[in-house]
Design a protein around this ligand. Structure first.
Ligand code: GLU
Length: 431
């Protein structure tokens, strides 16, 4: 089974989404189930409703799961297993107070050495602290694993001291709950962000301590950098999946882009189901990748071009196919749904009549609407009728006419869009 394990503590980040997409693809490629596990261990940081929001987004992106679980459902099980580890002498109660540990850390800093928990401290504060945590005994040997992207990763035992697995309130820590659940749900392959690389040896140690020897494959995805080359954070708008959707990027384009990052896809523009056929995680670059919004815009526009006019109209909240067709012409100069919305609302915006010619053209169109609807049928007859009525031609006619019809002095050829505008002329020219 493959899994995606979001914490309901914040917005879905593109890094999380990328991990979800890859887990989903590998599940499909290897005919395994795809589990969503909501990691709600941190009750202080959990945000009510975030789980539903994340699930809604996964659904929107077509990352449909076979199973959904909440980690808190297993807290009892986590505690039972922690107690078994105590009985087997692989874990122990630690009564150290926060102050005691802070002082020890301070001491290590002063002496210029790395802080490492010393198992002999476990009972020192027993008289003053009646709420012990449970710690797993640290590693006695180095721990290594093979990463499908990074290659061999090895951690010295000094880097893995005895660490907390159950907090003083009985809640398991992330590493413990995650490691146990990966075992319970028989996860075969873990794909997650690079920031979790140093958690992996701890999670392996937990399972090893329980005698669970089934090997789990790992892949840690390189971090995503912002345009300044810094790790993307919440402050970078583009890192939020919701923000990208609000800007009018299509889910299929976001997927296409995320799968192209640090990768050489078989084709430039593709759908999730195509990627299932050829995606190979081993071709992903090991180095961090920069998020390039211009590349996403390009991919988005290509996906918009591939929409049929009905879907395009629907996405623009219109029932009218003409609006869908009009938007497709406007893709010459727009790359997102929001930009298309802006272009279209400009067409219907109120126009300032700036001179006599413009007034004359407008009055003439109104006259044609009322008296000669035949001349409105196509752009050529419309043009001829206007020339006849206004005695204007060339720039003197087309410049103001373009503004009256589109709200802008530049844009697609009137010839290409007139047909979609003709039934709206009255609305477009309203004053
Ligand atoms: N809840 C963790 C996160 O959102 C999951 C990490 C993992 O996949 O193990 O970062």
């Amino acid at each position: 089974m493959l899994r995606f394990a979001p914490s309901p503590t914040g917005d879905l980040h593109i890094g999380n989404l990328r991990a979800a997409i890859l887990n989903y693809i590998i599940a499909k490629q290897t005919n395994q189930e795809f589990l969503i596990r909501i990691e709600d261990t941190d009750s202080a940081r959990n945000i009510q409703g975030k789980d539903k929001e994340i699930l809604g987004l996964l659904n929107l992106f077509g990352l449909l799961w076979d199973r959904l679980v909440y980690q808190s459902e297993n807290f009892k099980q986590h505690n039972i297993i922690a107690n078994e580890l105590i009985k087997a002498n692989k874990a122990f109660y630690c009564y150290c107070t926060k102050e005691f540990l802070a002082a020890k850390k301070e001491e290590a800093i002063k002496e210029g050495r790395a802080f490492r928990y010393d198992d002999s401290w476990a009972l020192l504060c027993k008289d003053v602290n009646n709420k012990p945590v449970i710690r797993l005994k640290g590693a006695t040997d180095s721990i290594s694993f093979f990463d499908e992207i990074k290659g061999e990763c090895s951690f010295n035992q000094n880097e893995i001291d005895s660490f907390v697995i159950i907090r003083e309130d009985g809640i398991p820590t992330y590493n413990f709950a995650c490691s146990i659940d990966d075992m319970i749900y028989d996860i075969s392959y873990i794909i997650r962000g690079e920031d979790h690389t140093s958690n992996t040896p701890k999670q392996i140690l937990i399972r090893n301590s329980l005698g669970y020897l089934k090997e789990i494959k790992h892949a840690h995805l390189p971090i995503i950098l912002n345009k300044f080359g810094k790790k993307m954070s919440k402050r970078d708008n583009e890192s939020s999946v919701n923000w990208l959707l609000e800007q009018g990027f299509l889910p299929q384009a976001i997927i296409n882009y995320l799968l192209s990052m640090g990768n050489k896809p078989k084709e430039e523009i593709f759908a999730l189901k195509d990627a299932i056929a050829w995606f190979d995680i081993k071709t992903l670059s090991k180095s961090p990748v920069k998020f390039d919004i211009d590349q996403l815009r390009h991919i988005n526009r290509e996906h918009l071009k591939r929409l049929n006019i009905k879907d395009m109209a629907n996405l623009l909240e219109s029932q009218d196919l003409s609006i869908g067709a009009l938007a497709k012409v406007y893709l010459e100069e727009a790359s997102t749904l929001n930009e298309l919305r802006d272009k279209i609302s400009l067409i219907f915006s109120k126009k300032e009549i700036s001179d006599e010619n413009m007034k004359l053209i407008k009055d003439s169109i109104m006259k044609l609407i009322d008296e000669d609807s035949k001349s409105l049928e196509d752009f050529n007859s419309f043009k001829s009728a206007l020339i006849a009525l206004t005695n204007l031609n060339g720039k003197a006619l087309f410049h103001p006419l373009r503004y009256l019809l589109t709200g802008s002095y530049n844009g697609p050829l009137l010839n290409d869009i007139y047909i979609y505008l003709r039934f709206y002329l009255k609305e477009i020219l309203r004053s």
